[in-house]
Design a protein around this ligand. Structure first.
Ligand SMILES: C[S@@+](CC[C@H](N)C(=O)[O-])C[C@H]1O[C@@H](n2cnc3c(N)ncnc32)[C@H](O)[C@@H]1O
Length: 273
């Protein structure tokens, strides 16, 4: 198979922009070539151009989803940016009771580590009372892993020891070397496929806290602005928004107040904005 040409790369750039809103810089050409090469071969095709034609034909929606899965970056880990989890705990324990469940959205949940980290904190501070976590992602492959809640043990070292003991089961026999998030905790967490560039399902409800971390970085300015507007519409006025360390609302959408928490930032909807 020949190398990915510039013209072919441009087509895949447009494909992933249209499908997921993701802007791939020219520096990502080798990454795209590497991630698609095996798939092109598995499909029995002789090159990238033929694969692009398959995607563009309009009658292979499952293949389009596979390409989206391959071209998204899913890196994540348990208790990433611990300060955010401290703010989460404080917010959950201090919200005056109003009969409504405390709801948190992990809006680009990848394989689920973020959603289950949130669930561990909420179970710890609210008990098995009224709280729920919604995880969502565009990639069906990562959502399937998230729903399973089973992780290679070496990837669970960031979970505080007491939580690991209380909320996770060590695999035995054929599951040796893995850790399973306990069923009761999993029952508070639901995963849905959501493209952040589309309207969210009408049944989504409103959220006390939204984790929108390490995903805005892939989008251009108008896409970031549209997503932040939609997220704001789904948040309680006293809610919290967490972004990744390399992301900010500053210069993107001025309807948020930035609050410094240690070396991290958190954001709250500005009143009246
Ligand atoms: C780097 S991971 C971030 C995971 C987690 N939030 C964290 O910070 O550890 C980015 C995730 O965003 C998802 N993603 C990319 N474009 C998306 C879109 N348009 N809508 C929803 N999810 C998207 C990817 O599939 C990927 O799982």
């Amino acid at each position: 198979m020949h190398d990915l040409t510039d013209q072919e790369f441009t087509r895949f750039q447009r494909f992933i922009f249209d499908a997921a809103g993701i802007t791939l810089s020219p520096a990502k050409k080798a990454l795209v070539a590497g991630r698609l090469a095996k798939r092109v071969q598995d499909c029995g095709l002789n090159g990238y151009a033929a694969y692009f034609s398959l995607l563009a034909s309009g009658d292979q929606p499952a293949e389009v989803q596979t390409a989206v899965d391959l071209l998204t970056t899913n890196e994540t880990y348990f208790f990433r940016e611990p300060k955010h989890f401290e703010v989460l705990r404080k917010s959950a324990t201090e919200r005056p009771p109003d009969g409504k469940p405390f709801r948190v959205w992990s809006a680009a949940s990848s394989t689920g580590e973020e959603a289950y980290s949130i669930a561990m904190v909420l179970e710890d501070c609210l008990g098995s009372g009224r709280w729920e976590v919604v995880g969502s992602d565009i990639s069906t492959r990562v959502l399937a892993q998230a729903r399973r809640g089973q992780y290679v043990a070496s990837r669970t070292t960031n979970i505080p020891a007491a939580y690991l003991k209380r909320f996770c089961l060590r695999g035995v026999g054929e599951h040796e070397g893995t850790v399973l998030v306990q069923r009761q905790l999993r029952s508070h967490v639901r995963f849905h496929q959501v493209n952040l560039n589309d309207a969210v399902p009408g049944t989504f409800g409103t959220f006390d806290v939204v984790f929108l971390r390490n995903v805005l970085i892939y989008f251009d300015l108008p896409t970031k602005q549209a997503i932040l507007r939609r997220v704001r519409d789904l948040m309680r006025p006293d809610g919290w928004l967490f972004l990744g360390a390399a992301e900010t609302t500053l210069g993107v959408d001025d309807s948020w107040e930035r609050v410094v928490v240690g070396r991290s930032s958190a954001y709250r909807p500005l009143k009246g904005a």
